[in-house]
Design a protein around this ligand. Sequence first.
Ligand code: FES
Ligand SMILES: [Fe+2]
Length: 394
Amino acid sequence: MGQSPISPAIAWPAKSTQVPKEIFVRQDVYAEEIKRIFHGPEWSPVAHASEIPNVGDFKTCYLGETPLLVARDEDGGIQVFYNTCSHRGTQVETAVSGNRRNFECPYHRWVFDLKGNLTACPLRPDDAVNFTKEKYPLEKPRVAIVHGLIFVTMSPEAPSIETFLDGYEDKLLNVMGGDGRLKLLGYHKLQLNANWKTYHDNDAWHAPLLHLAFRMLNWQGGKGRQFANDRGHRGFESALALPKGQTLLKDASLIEYRGGNLERGSCSLHLFPLFSAVKHLDTIGLRFVNPSALDRTDIHYAYFGREDDSEEMLRHRVRQSSNFLGPCGLVSMEDAAVFQRLHVGSHTPGMQVFQKGVRDEYAMPVEFSQNDESVNILSWEYYRKVMGFAKEAA
Ligand code: FES
Ligand SMILES: [Fe+2]
């Protein structure tokens, strides 16, 4: 976490409640973030094992600007490869997901099996003297799997996954439906015309103010709580429920909570830098988020039921996932519209300001109620340290 080399240097204010707007719009800051965060010693989930249940199932994705390929091998194991041919570096697989017996690079027809071994290439008598197929498998990043969630890091310096999660394994399990045995229901994708940190910062306070859907669920008056740690992770738990006498929906079955075996109506977990696991009512969603440019962020929402759900429960979850949070739903479009405006507004001097729930403008907050935005201050502090931005004197 050395000093940032970017110039002009970012003047990070002494008050913990202020974040400089320029970090959202400077290309040099973005380039440094890719290096220090997305290609640096952090862990990022890229898929859940239940997305590729069968031998040969695969999914492509990105970690920062690095293309990855996640596959289920012949022995049922999970493999993650850099999505680049070991010959000249061509992207090997371009489909978003699918099923293959092997991966073939189109350029010179090298073929890799599901474990990444090079199994065939047009062998010619004039191959290099020492050429053998064993020397050229697909390369792999480091991988750790927690409750089926597949984490990846490109850095040998990254700590263990346990150190990274910093005690949040149980919270992760709770959000994923209690035991991590999930069944994929479907995807939707969203591209935000905004810097990735607008999504990273996504606070709880705005929920009932921007989203009528959450107001309908009595968010503001709810008895939820938020939590955060020094590692940049944070989360939310609340027993959201439809208040009696609501008149906004004619048929409230869309937002009915059937509960299953879970304690709470809603909970979410945001892991630094960009992964979110969200359970709102009966919607279980994992959000694989990745920056694709300074002003563009790709969100890949994956929705799940539980392996032992009845057909009826699965139908209920699909209906709720696609209508409550999904692309034609009540919540996601509002976020996308506001984050775009936040990005436009960030091309101005000055600071973003945090105030809701703040007791001391210079200290790190420790306790948070459901609607506080002060909980975000801890992840900003972690970001500041990782980026090596020095704080001004108080
Ligand atoms: S680059 Fe893939 S086979 Fe040549
Ligand atoms: Fe939102």
